[in-house]
Design a protein around this ligand. Structure first.
Ligand SMILES: Cc1cc2nc3c(=O)[nH]c(=O)nc-3n(C[C@H](O)[C@H](O)[C@H](O)COP(=O)(O)O)c2cc1C
Length: 222
């Protein structure tokens, strides 16, 4: 039994990556963790040439990654939320799993999990629900492929303006957009996954649920 974890965040040692690792470790199973930044994955061409072969015609790393997803028993996808929707690397990876669908439903019945980092805090008025949008993009893929989504994790991440060096003076700072006109870099600070008890527990819970789900499937001989 093996779990594949895929992180779309290009940030080195990002919150998304660390949350994913926490969930994978909580499975207590063999796992492989992949950072999409290290791979080249173009989006689906919608050419339908994978219908008879179950293999994509685009000759990039998407073929290898789809094979990995096919070979494992469970999949956890972690993304981040630029412009409050799922990032394009993670989305392209998901689209490139389409060849696994035709005639066989290779992902059907596999437990799955979703993790997203988001800068806009949940419940912010007059701002998009970034965490919800991100998680749903992953969950909808899993639902439409007949997978069994067992949990989602929302990690409060960082608006890039806390790190860019101009957060306190820039006219278009995301800090004032998200936290109000008086927000400063010092006040907002850097958000770390390890300081978010709820997210840490949710990541561990996700890993445990995946392991339990697979154990039950094995007992039932599925
Ligand atoms: C170009 C860009 C646009 C972003 N736009 C949003 C946004 O609209 N809403 C949001 O919640 N987060 C937004 N973010 C923040 C990312 O979700 C954030 O970088 C994420 O939390 C990952 O960072 P972290 O690992 O430092 O937490 C944006 C980030 C980038 C790089």
């Amino acid at each position: 039994m093996k779990v594949l974890g895929v992180s779309g965040s290009p940030i080195k040692n990002s919150n998304a990556y660390r949350a994913l690792k926490t969930a994978l470790e909580a499975t207590d199973m063999d796992y492989e963790i992949i950072k999409l930044r290290d791979y080249t994955v173009a989006p689906c061409l919608a050419c339908l040439k994978c219908v008879n072969t179950n293999v994509c015609v685009i000759k990039d790393d998407g073929i290898e990654l789809a094979q990995k997803a096919k070979d494992v028993d469970a999949l956890i996808i972690a993304g981040y939320t630029p412009y409050s929707s799922l990032d394009s690397r993670t989305k392209a990876f998901i689209e490139r799993l389409y060849p696994l669908r035709h005639k066989h439903g290779f992902m059907r019945g596999k437990p799955g999990g979703a993790i997203v980092t988001h800068a806009i805090p949940e419940g912010s008025e007059n701002l998009p629900p970034a965490a919800e949008y991100g998680l749903n993009s992953i969950f909808f893929y899993m639902m439409e492929e007949g997978m069994e989504p067992v949990g989602g994790v929302k990690v409060q991440g960082n608006v890039p303006c806390v790190r860019c060096g101009y957060g306190n003076e820039c006219d278009t700072s995301g800090l004032s957009m998200i936290f109000g006109p008086d927000a400063t870099v010092e006040f907002v600070g850097i958000k770390r996954f390890e300081e978010q008890l709820e997210a840490m527990n949710a990541a561990r819970e996700l890993g445990k649920k995946i392991a339990e789900h697979l154990k039950l499937k094995k007992q039932l001989g599925k």
